[in-house]
Design a protein around this ligand. Structure first.
Ligand SMILES: [Fe+2]
Ligand SMILES: [Fe+2]
Length: 304
C-alpha cells in the first residue's frame, strides 16, 4: 500500500466532459469512440479511471493497450491483468452515460491480430503505435455483466457482494482498533513502535479501507445497471443506493485528503471523528443492499 501523495488525474477534464455529454468529447477526440475504463490500481487498490478508444463487437467492447506506442503497457492494462473485474462507462441511446460492471479477457493469436488490424484500418494511428514499440500491443475484450444470461453467475455476484461487505467490515474493525491503540499510547503501552510510526501505519490502513470502499462502490454502480435492466421493480432501490454511494464518496474524498495532508500523532481523535463521519450509515446501507438485491439473484441475505 502506497501512502505517498496522489497526483490529480490528468484525464479529469476529459472524464468530466465525457460524463456531461453522453460520452462525447471534443478536441483531439472529436468523433473518436471512447469509453471510460475503471480498474483497481494493482499496488494501491485505488480506482483508476481512464478514457480509452473502443470498438463494438456485438455485446462486447474491444480496447487497445497502445499507450500511444510507448515501450511500456498502460497502467490500466497492468491493472486488469492483475484483476479482471472492471467497470466501464459508455454513452447510451437514452442520452446519458451509464456504468456497467464488466469482465476483461485479453485476446490472443489470430483473434487479437484480426481486431488490431481492424482498428488500424479504422484509425491509422494504431499502426504507427505498433511500429514504435517492440511489445505486442494487447487487445482486450470487455464483457458487460448481463444478469439474464447466466443464473449461476448472477447468484455469484450476490455472494461476492456479501463477501466484499464482510471484508470491508473487517478492515473497518481493524482501523478502529488501531485508532484505539494510538489513543491509548500504543498497543498495551508496551509496543516498541513510536506513535509517529503508528500514525503512519494507521494512515496506510485507513487508505486501504478508503480505496477498498471506493472500489466496491465503483463496481456496484456498474452492477446496479445490470440489476435495473433485469429487474425493473428494483429501480427505486438502486436509486436510493446510488444516492447513498454519492454521499459516502464525497465524505471519502474529504477523508482521503485529510489522510494525505496527515494529521500529527496527537491529532488522532480527528481521524476517528472523520472516519465516523465517513462510515455513518454504512451498516444500514450494507444491510439494505443485501436485503433488497440478493433475493433477486437467488442469494440469501446473511442473518444478523
Ligand atoms: Fe453499496
Ligand atoms: Fe455494497
Amino acid at each position: 500500500m502506497n501512502a505517498t501523495p496522489v497526483a490529480p488525474n490528468p484525464n479529469d477534464p476529459i472524464i468530466g466532459e465525457f460524463r456531461a455529454n453522453n460520452g462525447k468529447v471534443g478536441g483531439v477526440f472529436d468523433g473518436v469512440p471512447l469509453l471510460l475504463l475503471t480498474t483497481a490500481g494493482r499496488r494501491t487498490g485505488r480506482p483508476h479511471t481512464t478514457p480509452v478508444v473502443h470498438l463494438r463487437d456485438g455485446g462486447r467492447y474491444l480496447v487497445f493497450a497502445s499507450n500511444a506506442g510507448r515501450p511500456e503497457h498502460p497502467d490500466w492494462y497492468e491493472n486488469l491483468v492483475a484483476g479482471s473485474q472492471v467497470t466501464i462507462e459508455v454513452g447510451t441511446e437514452e442520452g446519458r452515460v451509464r456504468p456497467f460492471a464488466a469482465r476483461a479477457v485479453v485476446l490472443d493469436g489470430d483473434e487479437r491480430d484480426h481486431w488490431y488490424e481492424h482498428q488500424c484500418a479504422l484509425n491509422p494511428a494504431f499502426r504507427r503505435y505498433q511500429e514504435q514499440t517492440t511489445r505486442r500491443i494487447a487487445v482486450v475484450a470487455l464483457h458487460p455483466l448481463d444478469l439474464s444470461a447466466d443464473a449461476a453467475r448472477a447468484r455469484m455476484i450476490g455472494e461476492q457482494l456479501v463477501r466484499h461487505h464482510e471484508e470491508l467490515r473487517a478492515e473497518l474493525r481493524d482501523v478502529r482498533a488501531r485508532i484505539g491503540d494510538l489513543l491509548a499510547g500504543g498497543p498495551g503501552r508496551t509496543d516498541p513502535i513510536p506513535p509517529a510510526d503508528l500514525t503512519a501505519q494507521l494512515r496506510r490502513h485507513c487508505l486501504t479501507f478508503c480505496y477498498g470502499l471506493q472500489m466496491h462502490h465503483t463496481r456496484e454502480n456498474g452492477a446496479f445497471s445490470a440489476f435495473e435492466d433485469e429487474f425493473p421493480h428494483l429501480v427505486p432501490v438502486v436509486e436510493r443506493l446510488r444516492a447513498e454511494h454519492h454521499v459516502m464518496e464525497k465524505a471519502l474524498r474529504d477523508f482521503e485528503a485529510l489522510l494525505r495532508e496527515g494529521p500529527s500523532g496527537d491529532d488522532v481523535t480527528r481521524f476517528r471523528t472523520e472516519l465516523d463521519r465517513v462510515v455513518t450509515g454504512l451498516e444500514d446501507h450494507f444491510a439494505y443492499e443485501e436485503a433488497n438485491l440478493l433475493p433477486a439473484v437467488g442469494a440469501t441475505p446473511p442473518q444478523r
